[in-house]
Design a protein around this ligand. Structure first.
Ligand SMILES: C[S@@+](CC[C@H](N)C(=O)[O-])C[C@H]1O[C@@H](n2cnc3c(N)ncnc32)[C@H](O)[C@@H]1O
Length: 172
């Protein structure tokens, strides 16, 4: 079975190559590095300086813009994009205190759904308090999206309820 991150990347691949991709949660840059190989331009956001430092050591492509700002403000930098990824939660091994939180995640995802040309992929970690709230909201929000406009799918382990899982929201 593929790991959730590998599955998320295989989902992204369905829309690649593309003109513009967005990584809404840069972290250590794994997703950005992946996207930078297939997208003409990548915008990657994180609120931690540490994420920008760690990622800029690994990624020095001219086509990648590392932005120290909340993903809520992504539309200040990019009007629309082809594919995006939200890898929610905290940066493993670096800081468990700085995590994505429901209030900003909600706003950013709602905006991203309106600005995407193709799809967004969301990796959800429900094994911590903030993640459980995000997971609950995502269940309600994603199941309420208009099925004439969007296809929404999930990939999860049915026998491990607390394990991370992946949601794909695709424009029809
Ligand atoms: C699970 S990590 C991301 C992993 C990353 N995509 C990678 O490939 O290594 C989640 C990241 O989201 C960041 N984050 C939390 N709130 C944020 C926000 N409002 N805007 C942008 N990034 C945020 C955290 O600082 C953390 O680095």
């Amino acid at each position: 079975m593929q790991s959730m991150v590998d599955y998320a990347h295989s989902e992204l691949s369905r829309y690649l190559p593309c003109a513009c991709a967005v990584d809404f949660t840069l972290g250590q840059g794994n997703d950005t590095l992946f996207l930078s190989q297939y997208a003409d331009t990548v915008y990657a956001f994180d609120i931690q300086q540490k994420a920008i430092e760690l990622s800029s050591r690994r990624i020095n492509s001219q086509n990648v813009h590392l932005v120290l700002d909340s993903h809520v403000h992504f539309d200040r930098y990019v009007e629309s994009f082809d594919v995006g990824i939200f890898n929610l939660g905290y940066m493993p091994g670096i800081s468990h205190e700085v995590t994505t939180v429901l209030e900003t995640t909600q706003k950013a995802i709602k905006k991203a759904v309106e600005c995407m040309r193709q799809a967004i992929v969301i990796v959800v970690y429900i094994g911590h308090a903030a993640g459980a709230q995000e997971g609950q909201w995502l269940e309600e929000y994603c199941s309420s999206l208009d099925s004439h406009r969007f296809n929404v799918s999930t990939y999860r382990m049915m026998n491990k309820r607390q394990a991370p899982y992946v949601i794909t929201i695709e424009k029809r």
